[in-house]
Design a protein around this ligand. Structure first.
Ligand code: PMP
Ligand code: GLU
Length: 395
């Protein structure tokens, strides 16, 4: 009999974290690896936020806090939703967890019964299906093509809904494609969901502030009649360059929020008191650096998309958000190159040229790979040269 549980056997370790770790190890062993695997901003956390944390330590905010967030942080989250999304919530509709990841995990643990289905548009962030599986649910993957801009359409959504559907996940701007849904596209999906009356919506808005070209961000609870059935998740990781601080939050129906708190009370208890104090400052403090950082990301996006499209066999859509691109490598998967899959492509790229990226199949769509361009222009220039020379060497 195995010591490992059956539920754990249903899942695999996070492939994005695995690639990032592999790049770290290769670098530590003296290899000149360029890591384009990690999905985290390379910028440092702004000083006002760091200082708030230092102040909290000195003041003695070093004890357990309320399990699902301090009153100060919940108030800051309520204000954020009002200010940025025109959404009204009370503090008992807010939960705070150790990263958006924990909030999502708790949500599925708190709401899924065996066999309940969760609609996940692909390409998807790697953790959604495995979290659903761990909670006993069934991921219902809906493939969204490059021609569709990698976005879910109302028609596909309607077809995917069954009697067992409990949730549909929306993630805009998206990890791994960077695709952002327009107001109209969200409203088209909302029409299907309003008619259906039962399905809940999980809106993962973690990349809300990483957007370009005057893309207008909308979240479904804000522009539909679905607020009562929507859990809107967000966090400070990406917007405020705070991935290591581990603070995420969500707003939604009180029964779900309470259930999430119940799980947290029996597992991790509160997220770090110091990080919560820092997150209060992030949400309430000066927001002007967000725009400046988006401009830096935009310069990198433009460079990476242009470079990739100049390589024979590679093609890449220009996304309007997040810090990822999701180029196709299908043109290089054939007998001549001896590469059969996107996994072969990324393995060889790392082996031959020391560039770490993540295979598209990890995100539910074969024939692509994900590049995170949240690194310096210097690194990106070197990486693009290497990718180009790798692709040319294949012919
Ligand atoms: N959702 C998406 C789409 C993400 O890319 C991430 C980052 N891994 C998260 C949620 C969770 O982020 P965090 O736990 O750092 O808040
Ligand atoms: N969201 C990031 C990524 O996709 C961080 C790693 C993870 O949590 O998966 O790379």
């Amino acid at each position: 009999m195995s010591i490992i549980s059956d539920s754990l056997k249903r899942i695999k370790p996070s492939p994005t974290i695995a690639v990032t770790q592999k790049a770290r190890e290769l670098r530590a062993a003296g290899n000149d690896v360029i890591g384009l695997g990690a999905g985290e901003p390379d910028f440092d956390t702004p000083n006002n936020i760091k200082n708030a944390a230092i102040k909290a330590i000195k003041k003695g905010d070093t004890k357990y806090t309320a399990v699902d967030g301090t009153p100060a942080l919940k108030k800051a989250v309520v204000r954020k939703f009002k200010r940025e999304n025109n959404l009204n919530y009370s503090t008992d509709q807010i939960t705070v967890g150790t990263g958006g990841k924990q909030v999502l995990y708790n949500t599925f643990m708190a709401t899924l019964n065996k066999g309940d289905e969760v609609i996940i548009p692909a390409p998807f962030w790697v953790s959604y299906p495995d979290m659903v599986l761990l909670a006993g649910g069934k991921p219902k993957i809906v493939k969204c093509t490059e021609q569709e801009g990698f976005k879910l359409t109302a028609k596909k959504l309607k077809k995917a809904i069954s009697k067992k559907t409990k949730w549909v996940i929306l993630n805009s701007p998206s990890n791994p494609t960077g695709a952002g849904y327009t107001k109209k596209e969200i409203q088209n999906l909302a029409k299907v969901l309003v008619r259906n009356k039962k399905v809940y919506i999980l809106s993962d808005d973690i990349y809300e502030h990483v957007k370009y070209d005057n893309f207008n961000f909308f979240t479904i609870a804000q522009i539909s009649k679905l607020k009562e059935r929507t859990l809107t998740m967000n966090g400070v990781s990406k917007s405020y360059a705070m991935t290591g601080w581990r603070i995420g939050y969500a707003a939604g129906p009180k029964d779900i929020i309470k259930a999430i708190g119940k799980i947290q009370s029996q597992s991790t208890s509160n997220p770090s008191s110091i990080s919560q104090a820092a997150a209060v400052e992030a949400l309430n403090g000066n927001q002007s650096f967000i725009k400046k950082r988006s401009n830096a990301f935009k310069e990198r996006r433009d460079f990476v998309v242009k470079s990739l499209n100049s390589i024979k066999g590679i093609s890449c859509l220009q996304p309007n958000g997040a810090f990822y691109v999701f180029p196709s490598c299908k043109g290089l998967l054939n007998k001549k190159t001896k590469l059969k899959t996107d996994t072969d492509f990324v393995k060889k790229l790392l082996e031959k040229k020391n560039v770490a990226v993540v295979q598209g199949s990890a995100f539910g769509l074969d024939g692509y790979f994900r590049i995170s361009y949240a690194t310096s222009m210097k690194n990106l220039k070197k990486a693009m040269d290497r990718i180009k020379s790798f692709c040319e060497s294949l012919k």
